[in-house]
Design a binder for this molecule. Structure first.
Ligand code: NAD
Length: 257
């Protein structure tokens, strides 16, 4: 299989997009390291299920991506890192003048600074192995803006900038760095917002999805975690060896508007 013999570390991967990427990486033959800040039996059970279903080695390592030292410790504990997927992320919505300072700091730490720390720890391992892939999960909001999401948008634009710099610093080596920019993806986080929005607007589920959530997504369909996993596997494949320092949008046409 394409990724046999490779180890992929995916931050923030006990749910949603990160978990989808972990599954597709494992299906492509990679050993995967799952992560979040919790350390519950169910976190380890997800890793066991991936191992059982795919025949690859999957582990769960607890580390809080809001802390630089723990970001670096995650990579060190994993021991090897051929593919690094920086995916952990949170959101908070408020106008700039009312945006809580602690939320700003947490979003910048988890959505942006964690990728700096993990990349710094992983590059020496990739250089030693003579091969590496850095895949950063940014967002359509890494390329465009919306009101009330200042910290998230600043962080995601920052991730795109970090991706370009990583690519230039590794350009003459067999290492690439790219960012995936998803539009709206139907993760548990997004799914859980649908009932409240239906109540708030007195709308059907279909209307909330099409006319509230997907107003900026011309396809009027969510991207799926499997599609994002497939995109990450492609970026790790030999076909993508000369793709570096760029963004791939998986957004149903959002950024074409
Ligand atoms: P999610 O809430 O399902 O996943 C976020 C993951 O990050 C979870 O596994 C969570 O445990 C983890 N996490 C949060 N704080 C952490 C911390 N301090 N340390 C370690 N892990 C932590 O949401 P998702 O929609 O799957 O989002 C994943 C990524 O995709 C995020 O970076 C998000 O910004 C990005 N994204 C999501 C969408 C979307 O529509 N769902 C669109 C564009 C980009």
């Amino acid at each position: 299989m394409t990724l046999s013999g490779k180890t992929a570390i995916i931050t923030g991967s006990n749910s949603g997009i990160g978990l989808g990427i972990a599954w597709e990486m494992a299906r492509a033959g990679a050993d995967v390291v799952l992560n979040s800040f919790t350390d519950r039996d169910e976190d380890h059970a997800i890793a066991a299920e991936i191992s059982k279903e795919t025949g690859t080695k999957a582990r769960y390592i607890q580390a809080d991506m809001s802390k630089g030292s723990q970001c670096r410790a995650l990579i060190e504990k994993a021991g090897t890192c051929d593919i690094l997927v920086n995916n952990a992320g949170i959101q908070h919505v408020a106008p700039i003048e009312a945006f809580p300072e602690d939320k700003w700091d947490a979003i910048i730490a988890i959505n942006l600074s964690s990728a700096f720390h993990t990349t710094a720890a992983a590059l020496p391992m990739m250089r030693k192995a003579g091969w590496g892939r850095v895949i950063n999960v940014a967002s359509a909001h890494g390329l465009t803006a919306s009101p009330y999401k200042s910290a998230y948008i600043a962080a995601k634009h920052g991730v795109v900038g970090l991706t370009k710099t990583t690519a230039l610093e590794t350009a003459e080596e067999p290492i690439t760095a790219n960012a995936i920019c998803p539009g709206y993806v139907l993760t548990p986080l997004v799914e859980s917002q649908i009932p409240d929005t239906m109540k708030e607007y007195g709308m059907s589920r279909e209307d909330v999805i099409k006319n509230v959530m997907l107003t900026r997504q011309p396809s009027k369909e969510f991207a799926t975690v499997e599609q994002l996993g497939g995109t990450a596997v492609f970026l790790a494949s030999p076909a993508a060896a000369q793709i570096t320092g760029t963004t791939i949008s998986v957004d149903g046409g959002w950024t074409a508007l």
